[in-house]
Design a protein around this ligand. Structure first.
Ligand code: SF4
Length: 387
């Protein structure tokens, strides 16, 4: 028996700039010579609208450094997209900027905070004082009606106290209802060349992540976890971003402001260990994110839990009303069927521009960042074309 293909809550990413006012040693998207203006960003927004996407995430680099950010946010909002932004929070410390973005139509801001311990946050950010500005920014956003989520990259320096971070937010910023964890992506940018300093072992954070998720779950908050194999989060496997996208057949397009240009992600498989073959979660697990050889498949071990209970949890999640399949029988029929052809295919639009002025700014920025990186004891990312 057939059924209508459910409308999916696909969300696209536009990197509006690639420079930043912080210098994280594990940045996977550092400065490039590419630049965007309103016209080049508008094309990307229009493409998401044509695909029937639900929303757009404006990201970077640090997106708040783009002078036309309010204008592109307003345009995306007028086109009916849910408008979100990922930021390090520093510019949100300026309340007038937050007001401007809220008036432009920004609905949700993901504020990235790695650690509530000021000395750890300063070390990871490469700047002092960012934590207080981000905390102030969180409250400014809330005051202006912009929903706040917290994003956190799991790394070697915060791996042991992820639950301490959550206790802080529950106590001091109780309006925050949703948290996103990203295990460090060791495959690109400065993360690739500084793997030894920052990449955690999976076992380093297993317990503190479990405690953090349990605290959030008990307090009625929601959360997602990205790039963590399911054998490291079996009790909360339904919160894995990759697993939810595999179950629901969602895709994601990222418009990288670099030579990669547009990437359409429909395949969430990374790498697996031999033991994954017998694991009961293999068909819904994204495996180990290991493009950069930063993690070791020997850290994986098969689990024997009820896969369908995890699927049922995802199907019954009222926080995603866009997904139209609610019974396991319907889901199995769809999951086992060949994926229907996508009428849109991969995007074929230019992402940003390469200009002489952009190249000059990039060279000056790279020189300044190289000096800062030396002081901080971190390696600079390779330039395009460099081995
Ligand atoms: S053993 Fe492999 S398939 Fe099973 S949860 Fe771990 S990574 Fe996923």
């Amino acid at each position: 028996m057939g059924y209508d293909r459910p409308r999916l809550a696909n969300i696209g990413y536009i990197q509006v700039v690639r420079h930043c006012n912080h210098l994280c040693g594990f940045c996977s998207n550092p400065t490039t010579p590419y630049t965007h203006d309103f016209a080049s960003m508008k094309v990307l927004v229009d493409d998401f609208v044509a695909r029937g996407y639900f929303g757009v995430i404006l990201t970077g680099g640090e997106p708040t450094l783009h002078p036309e950010l309010p204008r592109i946010a307003a345009y995306a909002h007028e086109q009916g997209l849910h408008v979100r932004m990922i930021t390090n929070g520093t510019r949100l410390g300026d309340e007038s900027f937050v007001r401007e973005m809220a008036q432009a139509g920004l609905q949700l801001v993901h504020v990235s905070i790695y650690s509530v311990r000021p000395e750890i946050e300063a070390k990871l950010r490469g700047v002092e004082g960012s934590l207080d500005r981000a905390f102030a920014g969180i409250d400014h956003a809330h005051a202006h009606g912009v929903e706040v989520n917290i994003n956190c990259v799991i790394n070697r320096f915060n791996a042991g106290h992820l639950d301490e971070n959550i206790r802080h937010f529950l106590r001091h910023h109780p309006h925050i209802r949703h948290f996103v964890w990203n295990n460090l992506d060791p495959s690109m940018g400065r993360a690739e060349v500084n793997q030894d300093q920052f990449t955690p072992r999976l076992a380093d954070f297993e317990l503190s992540l479990y405690r953090a998720l349990r605290l959030l779950h008990r307090s009625g908050r929601t959360f997602r976890v990205e790039k963590v194999p399911l054998c490291y989060m079996t009790d909360f496997a339904w919160a894995s971003t990759e697993t939810r996208k595999i179950v629901k057949g969602e895709e994601r397009i990222v418009h990288f402001l670099d030579d990669k240009q547009s990437v359409r992600q429909t395949d969430w498989e990374h790498i697996y260990a031999d033991g994954c073959r017998v694991c009961s979660l293999r068909t819904i697990c994204g495996g180990l994110f290991d493009r950069g050889n930063g993690y070791d498949p020997a850290e994986l071990s098969p689990v024997f839990v009820d896969r369908d209970a995890i699927v049922a949890h995802i199907l019954g999640d009222g926080s995603d009303p866009s997904y139209g399949v609610h019974t396991l029988a319907q889901w199995r029929e769809r999951f086992d069927a060949p994926r229907p052809a996508d009428p849109h295919g991969a995007p074929n639009v230019a992402v940003g521009r390469l200009t002489e002025q952009g190249r000059k700014r990039y060279e000056a920025k790279r020189k300044a960042e190289t000096r800062r990186a030396q002081r901080l004891g971190i390696e600079m990312e390779r330039e395009a074309g460099e081995d």
